[in-house]
Design a protein. Sequence first.
Lengths: 245, 245, 277, 277
Amino acid sequence: MTTPAPTSLAQANMMAVALARLLRDGERVFHGVASPLPMVACLLAQRLHAPRLVYLNITGSANPTPAELPASTVDARLLAGTHSLVTLADLFDMSARGAIDTVFLSGVQIDVEGRINMSAIGPYAQPKVRLPGGAGSAALMPTARRVILWRTKHDPRTLVERVGFVTAAGNVDRVVTPLCVFRRVEGRLQVEQLFPYTAADAVRAATGFPLDADDTTPVAPPPSEAELAALAAIDPDQIRLIEFM
Amino acid sequence: MTTPAPTSLAQANMMAVALARLLRDGERVFHGVASPLPMVACLLAQRLHAPRLVYLNITGSANPTPAELPASTVDARLLAGTHSLVTLADLFDMSARGAIDTVFLSGVQIDVEGRINMSAIGPYAQPKVRLPGGAGSAALMPTARRVILWRTKHDPRTLVERVGFVTAAGNVDRVVTPLCVFRRVEGRLQVEQLFPYTAADAVRAATGFPLDADDTTPVAPPPSEAELAALAAIDPDQIRLIEFM
Amino acid sequence: MLDKRVSLHEAVASIPDGAVLALGGNTLHRAPCAVVHELVRQGKRDLTLVKTASSYDTDLLCGAGCVSRAELAFVGFENVFGLAPRYRLAIETGRVKLREHACYSIITGLRAAVQGVPFMPIAGMVGSDVVAVSGFKTVQDPYSGQSLVAVQAIQPDVAVVHVQEADAEGNAVIYGTRFEDVLIAQAARRVILTCERVVPGEKLARQPELTAIPGYLVEAVVEAPRGAWPLSCAGEYGYDHAFLAAYVDAARGDEATYQSFIEQHILAPDAALAYAS
Amino acid sequence: MLDKRVSLHEAVASIPDGAVLALGGNTLHRAPCAVVHELVRQGKRDLTLVKTASSYDTDLLCGAGCVSRAELAFVGFENVFGLAPRYRLAIETGRVKLREHACYSIITGLRAAVQGVPFMPIAGMVGSDVVAVSGFKTVQDPYSGQSLVAVQAIQPDVAVVHVQEADAEGNAVIYGTRFEDVLIAQAARRVILTCERVVPGEKLARQPELTAIPGYLVEAVVEAPRGAWPLSCAGEYGYDHAFLAAYVDAARGDEATYQSFIEQHILAPDAALAYAS
């Protein structure tokens, strides 16, 4: 395990804030396993602009008020304060019947159409790397009203023209990386916002598919004082950094 | 509402005892709504010869120890002492996957093949009498390993050659009435045991399909002292009589 | 935490004529009768009822002319009072159109809605004439070729459930049997909850394992003490034998007798107060 | 009340080579690890694992050579330790044959088994290559003609679940999230329960709403304190970060290093005792 690069905290903060800003008050938002940044983003959005957001997670809790954030997002610490518990099946059912507004998912590879690979690098039957698998994504991605992808790596092997194996495909709306926010427009990812510490040419170079990002591409506002203060309050142990290790 | 005929208690006792005798130790037995006699029979069998019988009912309890018996067999009094609760859906699922041994069901009409009508007397679309409906029977009867029917009326309009409407059909093994126990042999009901207070010709006259019951037909042993004592202990308020009113 | 409490009148006013309405409880137990009575008072029409096993609730709504269609598996007062007179009459005269079910096919249809699929295969049903009269089709298992009865999704417009305890956001605790209450709450587009008492959310947070229906599925919460009356509510009260006897007696009578009973016991301005006694 | 308590050794000895085995818990949490360790000790072979999201349990069983097939949707140590090294290796070398799933298709297959039907339609899955590689067929809704992915029933031979409390008959209370534990207990032909502690049945009778798995579905009860170790058990203990770090480190090493770790920590006669510390 390597230690985070010096810029990791800035990137983690920017990503958490960017994810949170995409969330709307009153919507039902869900994340699954291995999702520290979405966990932080949901709590952040609730604290800032979306107090009525219903934050659901794979532990089956709703609107938890965790005293400390876990590194595993299936952890019982995510049950603290909840008034209800449901099973994984109940949550997937909700998405299946259109009752979840936004689902956070990730992919080891993400392609220009927003499809993800969580299954295998190399030939599927004899893979070079067997990946963890897509967990809920193949069922959630076509049924959730909106999918937000996130990935803490942004390089040409991660953001590719076409994934070698489609673990899941569906209603992807945005993709958030350490460098930018993509939006899917007419079926293809385009840079919607650059992050303040990056430049358009760096993003183009780090992306495995063509982009028209340039100096006119909008830049996301950096995390505000209020956002940073809320982040510090929610995640004092900087669990959000774990995805950068 | 009419008061029970003088012989009703003897009939109710005999039926409860006959139903209980059909139950085997260790099996899973289920009854649904409107089933006072099966409720009594399950408790009786557990107390007498089947201490390991798993008694399940539509309230979702298992092996309850009710302080008093309810007239409705969906009543919360049937939860007393249970260590678990499940839903109706869970119980029907159990039958569907072959995990229930014996199910008690009834029919306003029962035919020679053991099919029941709980739906309508007269043309289905414009019935002379709309009956309650079969509740779980259409799903349970083909899937339960064994179905025991009971009916507190035994006359030619109740036990018919062919029901006008088949609410449910399936794995019927025995039918218990106030007069006798039928067994289904090669698809047709035959008298297995006459009750001690009846005669073969009376049963033939009361049945709407041909029977070969005669003087050589076995007679059920009357309720024993032990059976009657257990009945009195389980059902001191004589809830079992309610089906005769 | 959102406070979703509204008055009984307001909650029921939000149920439109023509709605597909799923009612909680089972036979004589824990049906949302306060809402049923208010539906009669507000003169709702053309409802479709969805329930497995029902009694007074369905009988009254049919007798009061609120219902035009029903998907049901059992309606009766069990052995306590026998057949449901006004339900019978409504079906026999064709005023209410029944799509007869087994309890399990209601459950299966609700499950299909919960799981976002248009149909679900069901075990059993074979040999029952219900399959034909209710228009159930068959489906082949694409793996084995086996033929099964397929049940269409049943998605109620509104589910109404009466529970013992809920917080103001609609997290609901059911003591004793849950019947199909959780299923109808999941399947329905909207959920109206009535409860014996509203409790502080902190109570539920201490033992969230007990919460049967999560608040985020619930649109409105009505505090309705004795809200299942005259039916039972586990741990709170049994069914009201005397009232139900009087009801069934009136329901077996002629139309004038029955309507007079409804007028006196359901519609009269002070009738609602009597329930709380 | 039947007393179904048996020793860990006896319970695991009853699981035959070649069994289809469903494990409770999820990722780093409440998997029945005491049973997993004993499976390794007893040298079970040719198991098929069924689970939605797994970590150490699957990795160890694959690494110890107990597994030949798997139906899974996710195996990894989340962000805590990343990929599951021995699971990876087993798939990459072809020693374990994976039928890849989404969590929801595992759930749907289990539900089909629970409901006694050979298949069930599922929402979603469209556009995923998993459909083709795992051989999921499609089915048409007989009502609308809509095409859906159909999942075959998954009926485990044995489900193993670790819970906080159970009575001697196997009535099981799960505090916190239930994951798919109830579902696998319903779907499986046999259920083996391990628990932190056996409690008197009277405790469960006081609040039967908390019983997640009814005893009549359970064949054997093993009292196994710290039975989820080194994974977490809600309300009892967190996962053992130091042990898992050492495990993953060894699992990333060569075969000798890994087998030596298993020898020392799982197979050694006093290894089992160390878990209780």
